[in-house]
Design a protein around this ligand. Structure first.
Ligand code: GDG
Length: 506
């Protein structure tokens, strides 16, 4: 049985690459290396016009097959529908959701093209594991081409409530394409509930235990909270004490005895960076005795800067940090440092270890790996304190963190104060429980558990699929959606198509 992984982006490891420390890509690569496999997806390159060739590279037991996107595809499939419609919608941000029919059509077309290319490479007993919201309809397209293999999907970001997802045009069609998978994995039970409620409300699916029935198709829907490579991260952090990377040495020198609060996030509005800066400002205003004694270091490597909302966030975070530093800083002390670049994992591990507080306060997050990395990096004899948003998937597992509502600036400010003042015995008690949790649910556990669940599924009676997801109809008005009691007629048709003939994300 060969494992085939599909993800939006594929990075082919360098031939001489030394073992990288942890991370999702490494864990998936390890799973591929164990049993031999194929990794398929976008190369990351953009070409002017579409030659659409697939290039294959072999590394040990793993084949990498990549294809480029044209600029038009990048605009519609990646920046457009994936990142301006699905990403905000799935992070409950209806106000930021920008839907365009051209983008949606491009999204479906790239999924169709990927399915066509992959189906030519599949052997009958391959197990296919597709990742994230960019590729939701890909299994339906594979089924349309007659692919009968086991196909699983893992959704890395939140799944919103039906009323939120239902606001997206063509939501019923899109959600119904999930029925083409044998197993749909989500981060938390909340996401599982939301997705199942969405399938019931938008396309009349029926629930039976952990399965959802849509016509003759049955799909398992379960939570698989993703983990990190705890051991690798713990070692990196411990090493940073003995052999500190240069940024850590410099930070130690510049901080002196001062305490450090750390935030690490892609520069993304879902991560709550601006609200976090405001909360830190509030903390210093409410507790001026901490002035000069503590600083916030926010590492925020830019991402998706071609999307206007991200450019706006970039500007806003500079403005807020500048305003707070001007109001609260002293001639010899800058309370907030926002660094908009990426550091090595060694350096990150060292920063986490040096910080007395890990401030992880997304407005909404599928899981949030930074929360787990911060815990893994702590000194067991003198650990720091994790302050964690209740809206991060990680909060479902990490209840011993100080759990906060990121919309409540005062609450976050008070949690920073509590964390800085927490007695060592309580810090150790909380840390030990948090560490036990992340260690018993690490990335290897996650990969094993997902693949075991996928290979357990008995597929023999799965009906064939003849049709794929519908194109947007060529008319001006989008079809009406009924959120309660079933889908609007033509969406229901698509769903019923999924039902009777097995048709139908970061
Ligand atoms: C999606 C979901 C889910 C950040 N800055 C640097 C750096 N990072 C690394 C962190 C961490 C990763 O990036 C970010 O992981 P997150 O989980 O926070 O977030 P997303 O990128 O949004 O990922 C998320 C995840 O998928 C997995 O399922 O948890 O909810 O949104 O590992 O350390 N790494 C380096 N330098 C940096 O400056 N080397």
């Amino acid at each position: 049985m060969r494992l085939v992984i599909v993800s939006n982006r594929v990075t082919i490891p360098d031939r001489h690459e030394k073992a990288a420390a942890g991370g999702l890509a490494v864990a998936l690569r390890e799973a591929l290396e164990t049993q031999g496999g194929l990794w398929f997806g976008w190369s990351g390159a953009v070409v002017e016009t579409g030659a659409h060739e697939v290039r294959s590279t072999q590394r040990g037991k793993v084949s990498y097959a990549v294809t480029d996107l044209t600029e038009a595809e990048r605009q519609s499939y990646y920046l457009g529908f994936s990142n301006r419609a699905l990403w905000p919608n799935m992070h409950y941000r209806l106000g930021l959701t920008e839907f365009s029919r051209t983008d949606y059509t491009g999204y479906l077309a790239v999924n169709r093209r990927f399915a066509k290319a992959l189906s030519a490479m599949l052997d009958p007993d391959d197990v296919v594991w597709i990742h994230d919201y960019h590729l939701i309809p890909m299994a339906a397209e594979l089924r349309r081409r007659g692919v009968r293999n086991r196909i699983g999907y893992f959704h890395h970001i939140p799944w919103p409530p039906a009323e939120v997802f239902g606001a997206l045009p063509f939501s019923a069609t899109l959600i119904s394409t999930l029925a083409a998978y044998d197993l749909v994995g989500l981060q938390t039970e909340i996401d599982v509930r939301n997705l199942i409620a969405g399938l019931e409300a938008l396309c009349g699916a029926k629930r039976a235990g952990d399965r959802v029935r849509l016509g003759r198709r049955e799909t398992k829907v379960r939570a698989f909270p993703i983990g990190i490579d705890v051991e690798a991260f713990r070692k990196l952090a411990a090493l940073s004490v003995r052999a500190a990377p240069r940024p850590i040495k410099t930070t130690r020198e510049s901080l002196g005895e001062r305490q450090l609060v750390i935030g690490v996030d892609r520069l993304d509005y879902s991560k709550g960076i601006v609200q976090r800066l405001e909360a830190f400002g509030q903390f210093l205003r409410s507790h001026p005795e901490h002035s000069r004694r503590v600083g916030l270091l926010q590492i925020a490597p830019p991402s998706r800067s071609d999307v206007p909302e991200y450019a706006e966030l970039d500007r806003q975070s500079d403005e807020v940090a500048g305003r707070l530093n001007a109001a609260l800083g002293e001639f010899d002390w800058t309370p907030i440092r926002v660094v908009k670049k990426a550091y090595s994992r060694n350096a990150l591990a060292g920063f986490y270890r040096r910080a007395q507080v890990g401030l992880v306060t997304p407005m909404r997050d599928g899981m949030n790996l930074v929360a787990k990395e911060y815990v893994a990096a702590q000194d067991p004899l003198d650990p720091g304190v994790l302050v964690l948003s209740r809206f991060a998937g990680a909060a479902q597992q990490l209840g011993e963190a100080l759990i906060v509502n990121p919309y409540d600036t005062h609450e976050v400010a008070e949690a920073i104060r509590t964390a800085l003042a927490m007695p060592k015995s309580e810090r150790i008690r909380r840390f030990e429980r948090l560490f036990a949790t992340i260690a018993s649910t690490d990335i290897a556990w996650w990969t094993r558990r997902y693949l075991a669940a996928l290979s357990e599924i008995d597929q023999s009676d799965a009906p064939p699929v003849r049709t794929g997801p519908q194109q947007p109809p060529r008319r001006k008005q989008p079809p009406k959606l009924q959120l309660v009691g079933g889908a609007a007629p033509n969406e229901a048709l698509a769903a019923a198509g999924a039902a009777s003939s097995r048709s139908s994300r970061r």
